[in-house]
Design a protein around this ligand. Structure first.
Ligand code: 7GP
Length: 833
């Protein structure tokens, strides 16, 4: 039974659901109690921050009980569990999400309303937990939500960075990085676990010893010890099913390190050494898809892997003592990209040096325990560590890596390609050259049971182009798990209006089974449902327009088409292609201000890695072009360009529900998957994109006719690339030439000619590595299709609804079940209350 469709009371922030009065009363009492007894204030004088803290304390009462139930169930059943190792977890804010997953959001909203407070305002007090750069870190966060919701025994392991990804300010159009101190006033969600502290050795040298039986062994004499302090963040599954743990390690100095080494008179030196140990978890490296290659970065990676493995071993030994025969049956470890690769030699070392297993026994266990997910094909992202850094920091691990490599090259490789040294040097973990390097991806592939890419096309390229020789050796090792996103955060929490529509047409279980949303397709031709769907979109656009005004001062019309590109700034993502198109549209409007075009607002959000100069130049160019366009009265407000500063999870939650067009315009073959593309579609945006990453699978579901696909395909890019000459496109296309040359003038940067020239230089003199000019004409044509469809309100609504309705397979629950079934062989565990 479906309720009347034309419900108009639904807005972006408000639902019409009736709320249980008794629950509201109880919630209110709890909040007030915590305000007084936990926070030490009272309703009359409490700040918004204090109110927020009291709400969290109230929610935590629910969470910690369920956490204990979950852990007891798993311990009692001695379940197999997955351990997700990731240098990044981009969690965002937790309050609304936790309330939603506990089905307490409406209760909390009403309770706060009775105190005269707006829940959204109170929740704005929470700093984003931005312990990640972009897609890879956010994927880990969505996976934790799905692991908990689907009741899989798991632990997420990462680093408790004191400073997350930098806060971006825009000054005079330019990006300025500021530190992000997300824990300045404490984080009420996390709990410190001193009982699980670990001590991690580092540096020093390896001594060869001969045992009484004549055999050789290695003894590592580390030069320092670092303390790893665990902080636990509970992750609540939807409807409180189970509560998973995200355990993040903070580095501290150890006492023996300070006071034994620096005795009398060494007090100041000891303090200096102390800060060195504490530096390890100080800051997240702000690179997305580029390796940092810094000693501190390898130390971070080793530190959190070593802490996590000791934690895993400790828990295993609680039920299995010193018998490791069950280890691989009980423990699965997933490596989120190569960042945690060092866990491989560390597990070998722990098993051989500390637990007394033989090399063969240790290898048998290790090679059954690990799996590796690749997230990018960009060569600059593939981590390679100079051997000399290993010698200095991790000499024993280096020895083990050499051993693994020796046995691999002289075993399986020699058997398959006898005497073939060329293939050996390609497959070797060690890259020879002036500076010898350890190739982390090779170590991952050699050790792991499964290696997966993150979308069908990407997994194919991983197998065929990145690791073709390994694929010949082990064809069955390679598989695909297409990414997904959690519908709890990315529909239910951030788009209440749409959530209510789905409640009405699909029943209330759709957040647990997103395929249920497909019924909306049946209503896609019905006017009243189209109207309701587009009213929800419009309300979200009104709310975003307000945010835009607050953040940038720019006034935008919610009736205009909102065209959005939000993601890290990278040449391969081609924000500059978007910019060139905007310039050409502006040019044509100047030439003919009365032409009948759909009013458009182009919205950008993007952080650039601080050392990535061209990316920063592109941000400056977007702001400079926007400034000019937004203040040009001749175009009568038909075009606006906004750059929203400090793009992050909480801003994404406001932007995505308000988008009409989702720009997914990477050069085909370069975006491994993309995940915002899925979030946009779910929320009823149409994709304007290339046949790249998960875009391909999105249009497979939603229909190519309901999106705007353009540009070269992966095969066409591979074919064109070797003979590509951007000048051919520049010279052949008047419009393209005009806008590229425009970058060289001082039209957008009065008094500063050449301020935007670096973009032109990269596109022409530096060969346009991402084929921007080659795709320009096709991109322009796709925009024209989009404009045409936008004028037909009914057809647009239909296409938007079909997009939203057909995204079921992009729930991260589906991804996690794929991992559980095909990679981890993991069974879910119902937790008894
Ligand atoms: C990203 C990929 O670029 C993106 O296409 C994919 O959706 C996402 O991972 C999740 O799989 N890669 C990264 O974020 C990345 O390589 C390195 O970061 C720090």
């Amino acid at each position: 039974p479906v309720k009347a469709a034309a419900k108009t009371s639904t807005s972006a922030t408000q639902t019409t659901a009736t709320v249980d009065k008794a629950q509201v009363k109880a919630f209110k009492e709890q909040v007030e109690k915590h305000l007084r007894t936990t926070i030490g204030t009272s309703p009359v004088k409490a700040s918004k921050l204090a109110w927020w803290q009291a709400v969290v304390a109230t929610v935590n009462e629910d969470i910690f009980g369920r956490l204990t139930d979950t852990q007891q169930t798993h311990a009692k059943n001695d379940t197999r569990a997955v351990h997700y190792l990731s240098a990044e977890f981009l969690m965002g804010r937790l309050t609304i999400n936790n309330l939603t997953n506990l089905e307490k959001f409406d209760v909390a909203r009403e309770a706060l309303k009775e105190f005269g407070l707006d829940i959204n305002e109170i929740c704005e007090e929470e700093p984003d937990m931005a312990l990640g750069n972009g897609g890879l870190g956010r994927l880990a966060a969505c996976f934790m939500d799905s692991l908990a919701t689907c009741n899989y025994p798991c632990v997420g392991y990462g680093i408790h960075y004191e400073n997350g990804l930098f806060r971006q300010e825009i000054r005079a159009g330019k990006q300025v990085e500021r530190p992000d101190s997300w824990r300045e006033y404490g984080c009420p969600w996390e709990a410190c676990r001193p009982e699980s502290v670990q001590n991690i050795p580092l540096g020093g040298y390896v001594e060869k010893q001969t045992a009484p039986d004549g055999s050789q062994c290695s003894v590592w004499h580390p030069s320092s010890m670092i303390k790893g302090v665990p902080w636990d963040i509970p992750v609540v599954g939807y409807r409180g099913s189970s509560v998973a743990i995200l355990r993040l390690w903070e580095s501290r100095s150890t006492e023996q390190f300070n006071w034994d080494v620096f005795n009398a008179g060494g007090y100041v030196d000891a303090q200096a050494e102390k800060s060195l140990a504490e530096t390890i978890s100080k800051v997240l490296y702000p690179n997305d898809s580029t390796e940092a290659g810094k000693e501190l970065r390898l130390t971070q990676q080793y530190f959190f892997c070593a802490c996590s493995l000791r934690d895993i071993l400790r828990r295993y030994k609680r039920s299995h003592h010193n018998d490791f025969s069950e280890f691989a049956a009980k423990i699965a470890i997933q490596l989120n990209d190569t960042h945690p690769t060092i866990a491989i030699p560390e597990l070998m070392r722990l098993l051989i040096d500390e637990e007394g297993l033989s090399y063969d026994q240790a290898w048998d266990i290790t090679s059954k325990t690990f799996n590796y997910t690749n997230h990018t094909l960009l060569p600059e992202a593939l981590e390679k560590w100079p051997v000399y850094i290993f010698e200095k920091l991790l000499p024993r691990h280096l020895e083990l890596i050499y051993e693994i490599n020796f046995r691999f090259l002289n075993g399986p490789v020699e058997a398959k390609w006898p005497g073939n040294n060329e293939i050996k040097s390609r497959l070797s973990i060690i890259e020879e050259g002036e500076v010898r390097k350890v190739r982390m991806a090779n170590l991952c592939v050699i050790t792991s049971e499964h290696v997966n890419g993150v979308a069908k096309i990407h997994s194919k390229l991983v197998k065929e182009n990145l690791f073709p020789d390994y694929a010949q050796l082990w064809p069955n090792k390679f598989c695909n798990v297409t990414n997904g996103v959690t519908p709890r955060r990315w529909i239910l929490s951030c788009n209440r209006g749409l959530a209510e529509l789905y409640n009405d047409v699909a029943g209330k279980d759709w957040p647990l089974d997103l395929d249920k949303c497909e019924v909306l397709k049946k209503y896609a031709d019905k006017k009243e449902y189209q109207d309701r769907f587009m009213k929800i979109k419009h309300d979200n656009k009104v709310a975003l327009a307000k945010t835009i005004k607050e953040l940038t001062g720019v006034e935008v019309d919610p009736n205009a088409m909102f065209d959005v590109q939000v993601k890290r700034l990278h040449e391969y993502k081609r924000q500059h292609l978007n910019l060139l198109y905007i310039m050409s549209l502006y040019k044509s409007l100047l030439e003919d201000p009365d032409q009948d075009i759909v009013p458009q607002v182009f919205i950008f959000g993007a952080k650039a890695a601080p050392a990535y100069t061209l990316a920063k130049d592109i941000i400056f160019a977007i702001n400079a072009v926007g400034e000019k366009i937004n203040n040009d009265l001749r175009i009568k407000g038909k075009l606006k360009v906004v750059f929203l500063p400090n793009y992050r999870v909480s801003l994404a939650e406001k932007i995505i529900p308000a988008a009409d067009i989702s720009e997914q315009i990477s050069t085909a073959g370069y975006e491994a998957s993309g995940t915002s593309n899925m979030k946009f579609s779910m929320n009823g945006a149409l994709t304007l994109g290339t046949m790249d990453g998960a875009n391909i699978e999105i249009v497979e579901q939603a229909g190519i006719e309901n999106n705007f696909i353009f540009g070269l395909s992966v095969d066409e890019v591979l074919e064109l690339k070797p003979r590509y000459n951007p000048w051919d496109y520049y010279n052949a296309d008047h419009d393209l030439k005009a806008v590229v040359d425009w970058l060289d003038s001082d039209f957008f940067t009065p008094g500063q000619p050449g301020a935007l020239s670096s973009i032109k230089t990269s596109l022409l003199n530096n060969g346009d590595p991402f084929l921007v000019l080659a795709d320009f004409a096709s991109y322009k044509e796709a925009h024209q299709r989009a404009q045409k469809l936008f004028k037909d309100k009914a057809k647009w609504a239909r296409a938007a609804m079909i997009n939203s309705a057909t995204m079921g397979i992009f729930s991260s629950d589906r991804s996690i079940r794929d991992y559980a079934e095909n990679i981890w062989t993991l069974r879910s565990q119902i937790v008894k209350k």
